[in-house]
Design a protein. Sequence first.
Length: 256
Amino acid sequence: MNFEVIPLTASIGSEIRSSAEEIISPQGAAKLREVLIERGIVVVRGIGLTDDQQLALSNHMGTVRDEGERGVMKITMDKNENAAAEYLKGSWLWHLDGTHDDVPIFASLLSGRVLSQVGGQTEFANTHAAYDALPDEMKARIEGLKVAHSIGVSMRRAGVEASPENEARWRMAPDKIHNLVWTHKSGRKSLVIGCHASHVVGMDRDESAALLEELLAWTTQARFVYRHDWTIGDLVIWDNTGVLHRAEPYPITAAG
């Protein structure tokens, strides 16, 4: 198999250079998953996968989530293309996908099809590396803590109008409680934080807010972050269980 793996930064991400046929094969998908777990992000520049090819790759890597069309969701702020466009304002803040689920999804795949002329660059922060670099005193302080995660909180922080209709929609997905420190089967640990992290369960709200703000600022330092400037056909895959991400704001006319 002709796979070239090139580190993107010291702490996060690898670029893969290979053909589409090898990338979407069972063997290629297994290799991608291996690199993904180790490095947090995989970038394949300009590969231009079709929906069917991306679904084939996704199915080889794991179980495809039932959303969008056959598991493919269009990411665009154009309400004519995406009825949930306003919800995507939350993607402009640091977050994990699926914190409203009992267990957040393992990985997300994103292809660049049509790009905005303004914004849309995506940043990724390695919460494994951030946790490992924490002082021992902070590790001891946060071990065993649990955090409530709320769609409503993330939407308000993103500036989405808290209209009665929106409030009712947000309440359809009740808050979820997750460990602040996620211990993986491998023994590695990561931080479950982001714009959806409402508060630490059982902690004074001011102390909780200060702690979560401190951890987010720590995790999103430049040394833990990779910023992707999109070109047409790029494929980016990230380990959603150990990587925060956010997009730079882009206008409503953008589609992707």
